[in-house]
Design a binder for this molecule. Structure first.
Ligand code: ATP
Length: 146
């Protein structure tokens, strides 16, 4: 069946980081799809919300971690098919760099199967989507420049 409609969605998310012993960097990822897919925390930009606010809120809800926005990292876009709607959706996701302030990954919400800290190199290996890997690659360069 040919898709009946084209939809667009805008989401926003974050790469939240912390420094551990030896100045090594860790970032938080979330597991979805029964724990099989690891991705960056993100969600739909709600009405009346700025993309930055969405990033802070979605990171907090999905990972249990509160963070402070340091910078914009970039955007990614992808297409996916919405079966119930027989529609093709083009999604754009804005990503921000957040410095960890407080909270625990054990407080992640029901939308994800798990939330975990990973050393940044391990996170690059663990992420399922190319776009997410590109964003973490950029975040790593931004953090090394600091
Ligand atoms: P949101 O977290 O923004 O509320 P959602 O959970 O409803 O969104 P997505 O995570 O965008 O939806 O997933 C919709 C489809 O897009 C799924 O099939 C998923 O596998 C795919 N998808 C998710 N992230 C990416 C990505 N970075 N690159 C390519 N495809 C992706």
């Amino acid at each position: 069946m040919k898709p009946a409609a084209i939809r667009t969605q805008v989401s926003s998310g974050g790469v939240i980081f912390r420094k551990v012993e030896g100045d090594d960097l860790e970032i938080a990822l979330v597991a979805v799809k029964d724990g099989k897919v690891w991705s960056l925390p993100k969600g739909i930009v709600e009405k009346g919300e700025e993309a930055q606010q969405t990033a802070v809120r979605e990171v907090r809800e999905e990972t249990g971690l509160s963070g402070k926005i340091m910078d914009k990292i970039g955007d990614i876009s992808y297409w996916y098919y919405i079966k119930d709607d027989n529609a093709k959706c083009r999604k754009t996701v804005h990503f921000y760099l957040l410095e960890y302030v407080s909270g625990s990954t054990s407080d992640h919400n029901w939308e994800v199967d798990a939330a975990e800290w990973f050393p940044i190199e391990a996170a690059l290996g663990r992420l399922s989507y190319k776009g997410d890997k590109e964003i973490v690659g950029k975040a790593k360069e931004m953090l090394l420049d600091k």
